[in-house]
Design a protein around this ligand. Structure first.
Ligand code: HEC
Length: 120
């Protein structure tokens, strides 16, 4: 009985030590996301310009009413992601979604991100 107690507390101690080591060696998930997220420039929303950019670059995959096609619907994108999140996806691309960082200016992507983030 006494032996078992020792083994149990030994195991418990080892588990705690392991957890502490993990805590300090694994970068937090939030940290990783933060680091890989491009910084969105500050812009004032210009809805007309955002619509023109989206019509020229996005509706082929997301549908002319943003209802979705090859890509998912963006009609309620603001409920899925905030402007920063959308900015990151559009800049870097994701899966079948191409990156737009060489095609659009950061300010244009930011404007589109603000516009889409308002669609809740
Ligand atoms: C070649 C087709 C294509 C084009 C062009 C395209 N997209 Fe996409 N988009 C996709 C696909 C496919 C996904 C799904 C990506 C995934 O998660 O695998 C996607 C995902 C997204 C998402 C994330 C949706 C979510 O909530 O998960 C956003 C936001 C988005 N696109 C915005 C845009 C914008 C803005 C443009 C124009 C500047 C654009 N897309 C142009 C195909 C496209």
């Amino acid at each position: 009985m006494e032996m078992q107690k020792w083994i149990m507390s030994g195991l418990f101690f080892a588990a705690c030590a392991f957890a502490v080591v993990l805590l300090f060696t694994l970068p937090g998930k939030a940290e990783v996301a933060e680091e890989s997220k491009p910084t969105m420039p500050q812009v004032t929303l210009d809805a007309a310009s955002a619509e023109a950019i989206v019509t020229a670059n996005c509706i082929s995959c997301h549908g002319d009413q943003l209802q979705g096609n090859v890509g998912p619907s963006l009609q309620h994108e603001g409920s899925e992601h905030d402007a920063e999140g959308i900015y990151s996806i559009v800049s870097k691309g994701r899966g079948q979604m191409p990156s737009f960082k060489d095609k659009l200016a950061p300010e244009e992507i930011a404007n589109v991100a603000l516009w889409l983030a308002e669609k809740k």
